[in-house]
Design a protein around this ligand. Structure first.
Ligand SMILES: Nc1ncnc2c1ncn2[C@@H]1O[C@H](COP(=O)(O)OP(=O)(O)OP(=O)(O)O)[C@@H](O)[C@H]1O
Ligand SMILES: [Mg+2]
Length: 345
């Protein structure tokens, strides 16, 4: 599968290992996302009582907020197995067949980046999702015939950072949709404290809060900031993390007071310095920054939008006054009424 290395390159190896080591194993260990948790608890209890597999579920939300975490916690709760794969790993229906036929009753098939499944593969799994069968075409031309093969009653869990890119027939076949949103600082501080303990590292409450505050609402980023602070302290201090150590570590990794990193600031500088504050299209920004546009729209922009550093207008992204302030440039931009850009040009 020629595209696989590309996909893996998007998540650096160290991040992956870190995620696996720190990922909660049971629902009760998952912090925050209270209402999602409550609904999942109900579905788990129902599935056990009714002795039925859980409904197919779709998790969406920006990277690092816990989509894979929720998917991997469920089989532990159910005492079943999970097969994990990812949309871009498939080019043709036959690639999907082993996953479907290996699925046992009540087991989970997890497809990450499900919006990147080729359409032919998507169509192939519709009957699997609806009626637990697949239609296989044998032979070619005049002699072709279709055989229908029954499958075990499994649960498909899809994860996507772009639910908008999912075809609507696919989306409609998921009975449960859960959207994960950014975390509150207190929740991230709790995650930092728990994970420091897992890493045998002492972190003070104010240091955990400082790291949480500068993690862009994202558990994965909190984990990597914690990991860095721990390395920093092991090398430069006594190995534990207090407020001053956390601040020194974050300063050294060029994470600013709002938690933005070099890439986030470069985005703001590009839109302000090169595009005069915008409007600029994401493709143009990506080309100037020499980054894939997916990285910008999936990883960089969602948080900047949420923090109102940028706004999306019909003609492209625009930097706000807050963005100018943040990178220390006098405001020369155009006043922006979000969503109305095109009307006033
Ligand atoms: N609710 C949570 N409670 C505790 N830790 C969490 C939670 N959500 C995420 N994490 C931590 O953040 C890490 C990243 O989360 P996860 O891999 O589930 O994100 P994701 O949404 O699947 O991201 P991606 O879109 O990049 O696949 C996990 O390994 C875990 O350590
Ligand atoms: Mg994931």
């Amino acid at each position: 599968m020629a595209r696989q290395p590309l996909v893996q390159a998007e998540v650096p190896d160290d991040d992956k290992n870190r995620d696996a080591a720190l990922r909660p194993r049971f629902l009760r260990e998952v912090i925050g996302q209270q209402s999602v948790k409550q609904r999942l608890e109900i579905l788990l209890r129902a599935s056990k009582k009714l002795k039925e597999p859980m409904s197919h579920m779709l998790f969406d939300g920006p990277p690092g907020l816990g989509k894979t975490t929720f998917a991997t916690v469920l089989p532990n709760e159910l005492g079943t197995t999970i097969q994990m794969t990812s949309g871009p790993a498939f080019t043709k229906p036959a690639d999907m067949l082993p996953f479907l036929t290996n699925a046992t009753d009540g087991s989970i098939l997890f497809i990450d980046e499900i919006h990147r499944l080729p359409r032919v593969v998507e169509e192939f799994i519709y009957p699997a999702m609806e009626d637990f069968r697949v239609d296989i075409i044998l032979g070619e031309g005049m002699n072709a015939r279709t055989i229908s093969m029954p499958l075990k009653r499994f649960t498909l869990i899809g994860a996507t950072t772009r639910s908008g890119m999912l075809s609507s027939p696919m989306r409609d076949r998921f009975k449960i949709h859960e959207h994960l949103d950014y975390y509150a600082v207190a929740e991230l501080a709790q995650i930092v404290t728990i994970n420091a303990r897992k890493l045998n590292t002492v972190v003070t409450a104010d240091a955990a809060l400082e790291i949480a505050n500068r993690s862009r609402g994202t558990p994965r980023i909190a984990n990597s900031r914690l990991w860095w602070a721990r390395s920093f302290s092991a090398s430069e201090r006594d190995g534990s993390i207090d407020l001053a150590t956390a601040q020194a570590a974050l300063k050294m990794s060029e994470v600013d007071l709002l938690g933005l990193d070099k890439q986030d600031r470069r985005y703001l500088e590009t839109i302000i310095n090169v595009f005069d504050g915008g409007p600029a299209g994401v493709e143009a920004l990506a080309a100037t920054m020499n980054l894939p546009s997916d990285t910008l729209s999936d990883e960089v922009e969602p948080y900047l939008l949420r923090e109102q550093m940028i706004v999306r207008t019909p003609r492209g992204r625009m930097a706000t006054r807050k963005a100018y302030q943040h990178i220390g440039k006098p405001w020369t931009g155009k006043e922006q009424d979000p969503g109305q850009g095109a009307l006033f040009e």
